[in-house]
Design a protein around this ligand. Structure first.
Ligand SMILES: [Zn+2]
Ligand SMILES: [Zn+2]
Ligand SMILES: [Zn+2]
Ligand SMILES: [Zn+2]
Length: 359
């Protein structure tokens, strides 16, 4: 019985609507009075303060995971649900660690780097929405806020002009001139400043020394440069663990392999907020003598987000017939960069190995 009444209604409605649509505007409005939309409209004025258009648009365009309006790229699933780049990478990385198919938190459709697209219209619309300055609390466009907070805001946090000489003062930019008028650092004597300058020089020297060592190593005779792709693999354990491995490669006339793991093999890396990647260099050739080796990792020439920057950290290891594996060494990248690497299908690095001559 119920079914027949329903189908009657469905059939009746279009018949009813069609002539209405072809008549004047007034009658269209009249006919809509008997339908759903006006009832919904009457609910809107109920809240005391009607929300501003910007707020309503903002809540529509926010990331469905962190619920924030992001200044990053915005991705969408095939059904149009929006995710900011940071949450998107985090989600892909999490699911890779858990060995699960990544699904949209809203509609559960499959998501991957290849089936999700950026939504430029959303990104551009967000950049036109207002945002409050952290310092002066005035309202600016999102596209302008970075420049305002960095250079133009009179309340922005700033340091003393003589910070390099050791003045610890920090404060609002509009208070800087008052501070400078009374700052004692410009009138300090060389004797008073020498300690600060020495400490500063020491830090610079250390950085310089590291780069000089890299340059020195690059001028040595026996050097191997290998561009490596780390592929994700899983252990045979009951709860399969994710790790990465390169195929065997030849450098300095020996066979090698590189392995990497996440969060130092923490059994539940997906439950931690911070992520790290560490790697191990393994000698695969049989050797009878020792190989005195210095090596470091740089970002690879291939691979998608090549803006991951890796500071060279030089490691020293003596490979011998009984000692063919280095310990796991932390890769100096941020947790955020680690997620981005994890979310991509493979990891590309450049490994530099230098064999030291026997003294
Ligand atoms: Zn997000
Ligand atoms: Zn979705
Ligand atoms: Zn401001
Ligand atoms: Zn000062």
């Amino acid at each position: 019985m119920a079914e027949t009444t329903n189908s009657n209604e469905i059939q009746q409605n279009p018949v009813h609507d069609t002539p209405v649509l072809t008549t004047t505007d007034q009658s269209t409005i009249d006919s809509s009075v008997t339908h759903e939309p006006p009832r919904k409209k009457s609910k809107i004025p109920l809240p005391e303060k009607p929300r501003l258009l910007e707020e309503r648009i903002g809540s529509i365009l926010s990331c469905c995971i962190c619920l924030d309006l992001s200044t990053l790229a915005m991705f969408q699933c095939v059904n149009g649900h929006l995710m900011c780049a940071s949450c998107f990478n985090h989600l892909l990385a999490d699911c890779k660690l858990k060995d699960e198919q990544t699904t949209c938190p809203n509609c559960r459709c499959e998501i991957s780097k290849s089936n999700c697209t950026r939504n430029l219209a959303v990104e551009k619309t967000i950049s036109e929405l207002p945002i409050e300055c952290d310092y002066c609390h005035k309202i600016f466009l999102r596209s302008e806020i970075k420049l305002h907070q960095a250079e133009n805001c009179s309340d922005r946090l700033t340091v003393c002009n003589y910070a390099l000489l050791g003045c610890p003062w920090t404060g609002s930019f509009h208070n800087l001139s008052t501070h400078l008028a009374g700052c004692e650092y410009p009138s300090k004597t060389g004797l008073e400043l020498i300690c600060t300058i020495q400490a500063y020089k020491k830090a610079c020297d250390e950085e310089k020394k590291c780069l000089e060592t890299v340059v020195d190593l690059l001028s040595l005779n026996q050097i191997g440069v290998s561009d490596l792709i780390l592929k994700p693999l899983r252990t045979d354990d009951f709860v399969a663990k994710l790790y990465f491995e390169t195929s065997r490669f030849t450098a300095l006339q020996y066979q090698w392999q590189l392995r990497a793991r996440i969060n130092d093999n923490n059994p539940h890396p997906h439950t931690t907020v911070t992520r790290s990647l560490s790697y191990q260099l393994v000698l695969k050739s049989k050797v009878s003598q020792t190989i005195d080796l210095k090596f470091f990792i740089l970002k690879g020439p291939h691979g998608d987000p090549s803006n991951v920057s890796i500071q060279p950290i030089i490691h020293h290891f003596e490979f011998s017939p009984n000692n063919t594996e280095t310990e796991y060494l932390k890769l100096p990248i941020s947790s955020h960069e680690c997620n981005r690497i994890l979310s991509s299908s493979s990891i590309s690095f450049r490994l530099l190995m230098v064999q030291l001559d026997k003294p």
